[in-house]
Design a protein around this ligand. Sequence first.
Ligand code: NAD
Length: 400
Amino acid sequence: MKISVGAHGLVIPEVVDIPYIEGDGIGPDITRAVKRVVDEAIDISYGNEKRIVWTELLAGEKAISKFNTPLPDDTVKKLIEHVIALKGPLTTPVGGGFRSVNIALRQKMDLYANVRPVKYYPGLPSPTKNPEKVDMVVIRENTEDLYMGVEFPSNSKEAEMVIELMGRFGYQIRRESGIGIKPMSRFGTERIARMALDYAIENGRRNLTIMHKGNIMKYTEGAFKEWTYEVAKNYGDKFITETEMNGRNSAGRIVIKDRIADNMFQQILLRPEDYDVILCPNLNGDYISDALAAQIGGIGVTPSANIGDIHAVFEVAHGSAPKYANLDVADPSSLLLSAVMMLRHIKWNEPADLIEKSFISTLREKQVPQDLAKHLGTRALKTSEFADSIVQHMGKRRLL
Ligand code: NAD
């Protein structure tokens, strides 16, 4: 049965249909491994009471070969009908059509937030001294900013018209410039701000930092900061700004602060323990997500979800890594931890906890795929062996 939307949120049937997009490149290998681990965890946690019925939806290369498009309308329709989904990586087709299938999907489903928890698990290789201090969640606006793709090439009629118009406003833009437009709206900012503020409350987070470059881009990134502070005022005494604190403690309220984007890159390295939820516009979010991921073991072990008001697609943070396709060597951790986020989203917390604990035990024993093994100096497990190992650890927990 499909998930439905009730007056108090999602209604989750005990036998629930969840669609998945396998993805290109390493997608089939990691999706197979992840479905297996998730099914086993649900079986151990709930026996016959609950289960997922997985339905494959086609996108990417599989869809191109069958329907001549990487994102068939039927796939989008079914994703919308089923409310949530799990998604592997999709290769961006070269040579036109779609700028990116991933971006097109987010736009069609209005998945306006990218939520990326970045947390260190003991045993992961890290280039920093104290990776255990990293426990942040990046909430990134997904639909606006330079990612809207309003761009005109050098010498195009459109670029020349914009240059001419800017000249009338008194701005001298060099001839033959390429032009990119950076729109950021009050509507787009307010809804992502609400999502981040709600997330901080619901997940018992200590602080929320707005990451922006408003000192330079005052009416886009600066406005993003101002509008977020305005939204926070509607939450009564749940939040307190650094200015309001004036050196005193927060009296149990969630601290809301802002940092200039370049400084933020220093802060995550020098004082990671001071940062918790990071709310950012689209492009800043892109950069900081990968920088943070590098601190805790890389994008191969970072989960991600794209979320709208109702819909959510839980998906890998990395791409399709075509050189490892069908070799059974890729790391399925990002998709696995995204599936854990999905289970928590539907409040199936027992299998989510079980997977996370068994994942940690597996890492502790250095039983890891090649991307991690090469840093740890251990023998690499195949993707399927890594899944086997996590399943074995879950079995041991069942016996405890
Ligand atoms: P990539 O993430 O596929 O690869 C970057 C590097 O990380 C490569 O060395 C790759 O081998 C390695 N890597 C990535 N995931 C891994 C994993 N799970 N296990 C082991 N190693 C892993 O990025 P790319 O090479 O820039 O992109 C390849 C394709 O994926 C492109 O077409 C790109 O557009 C697409 N892409 C898709 C998504 C998505 O579906 N969300 C995200 C990023 C890129």
